[in-house]
Write a protein that binds this ligand. Structure first.
Ligand SMILES: NC(=O)c1ccc[n+]([C@@H]2O[C@H](COP(=O)([O-])OP(=O)(O)OC[C@H]3O[C@@H](n4cnc5c(N)ncnc54)[C@H](OP(=O)(O)O)[C@@H]3O)[C@@H](O)[C@H]2O)c1
Length: 324
């Protein structure tokens, strides 16, 4: 058994990590640190865990845990690591965007590997620190990697994606208020979303030129999941495109090509990414779907932990979708 610590335990990704790690056969939760709930039971924030854990939030960290997950907002991971030192052998998995870009990947003697197993499995296996990808970034990259590798993203790519309200974290804001969000849809940050940086770096890592990415993020009136569509010029046949995707994802534990058009609930509550391809004239339409809190955050963090510690990649992550 390895010992894990969680920082930011009362938030959404922290809560998902607690749920996953309580059911992980090779991990024991050593502490769950909270700035606002130290001394209170975990179940005071995560009531669904009643009867599953007696753990309490702490205001102190154990610096000798085997792995620590930082479930903090952007900038707070950097501050936290400046103020808290962990043992030489403690592996760090950060869920914020503090260390995702190549220019930010080296911090305080640590080198953060971008933790997308479909791109970097071997590097993750030998990494000590991981920058876990963004949720939109995960859905979009997984939808585009096979084309990027084949050098077929030279023309612009138009991307439209819709996310559930948990994507914005547990804090209440005007656009996560029930009265605003319910029965409502809106776009935000058109063409400028912060995940474009990490998407561009990963797509470019295959060494082929990548056309401009036009990304429109949308807020949906549901709580979990991301459904992303992207289209670009493609002169091959649909069968050739499917071969490209199936070949790229042959060894992927959680990313699968579907012959059927996707709906969001087929991946919600799972660590899966499902992808569907559709050809129209000279365009290829790629749809990808993930759960933002699992494959888009805490599930992918556990997948990375499994790879770093040599556990089976799917350990603790074979989850059931809530389809109906
Ligand atoms: N939500 C998603 O779908 C998603 C997906 C991918 C990546 N991410 C990224 O993952 C990170 C966490 O997201 P989240 O949705 O879990 O956010 P969240 O629900 O807002 O939770 C963050 C938690 O951090 C703690 N915190 C706040 N300020 C802090 C500080 N200054 N120092 C230490 N702890 C502090 C708080 O917990 P305590 O009160 O218990 O201390 C807060 O509940 C973010 O960087 C986010 O962008 C989120």
């Amino acid at each position: 058994m390895i010992k894990a610590g969680i920082i930011g335990g009362s938030g959404y990704t922290g809560g998902e990590l607690i749920r996953l790690l309580l059911n992980h056969p090779q991990t024991e939760i050593d502490f769950v640190y909270s700035t606002t709930r130290a001394g209170k039971p975990i179940t005071s924030a995560h009531q669904d865990l009643l009867g599953q854990t007696e753990l309490k939030f702490t205001g102190e960290v154990n610096p000798e845990v085997d792995v620590v997950f930082l479930c903090l907002g952007h900038g707070n991971s950097t501050s936290f690591l400046k103020e808290n030192t962990f043992g030489e052998n403690t592996k760090v998995i950060d869920l914020s965007n503090d260390f995702r870009l190549q220019n930010d990947a080296d911090f305080d003697g640590k080198h953060f590997v971008y933790g997308l197993p479909e791109l970097n499995r071997a590097e993750i296996q030998s990494a000590n620190s991981i920058a876990n990808p963004g949720c939109f970034a995960t859905a979009i990259q997984l939808g585009l990697f096979p084309l990027a590798k084949a050098g077929l993203l030279n023309d612009g790519v138009h991307i439209n994606a819709v996310t559930g309200s948990t994507g914005a974290g547990v804090g209440l804001s005007a656009t996560s208020h029930f009265s605003w969000r319910n029965n409502n849809v809106s776009w935000y940050k058109p063409f400028t979303h912060q995940h474009l940086g990490e998407i561009g770096e990963s797509l470019g890592s295959f060494g082929n030129s990548v056309g401009k990415l036009f990304f429109l993020p949308n807020r949906g009136n549901f709580t979990r999941g991301i459904l992303a569509t992207a289209y670009t010029k493609y002169n091959g046949t649909l069968e050739e495109a499917k071969e490209l995707y199936n070949a790229f994802y042959t060894d992927a534990a959680f990313t699968h090509l579907s012959d059927e058009a996707l709906h969001l609930k087929q991946v919600v509550n799972t660590n899966q990414c499902h992808i569907h391809l559709h050809k129209h004239d000279d365009l290829l339409l790629i749809t990808s779907a993930i759960d933002n809190l699992l494959k888009g955050a805490s599930g992918q963090a556990v997948q990375n932990m499994n790879l770093m510690f040599g556990f089976p990649e799917t350990e603790g992550l074979l989850l059931k979708a809530g389809v109906f």
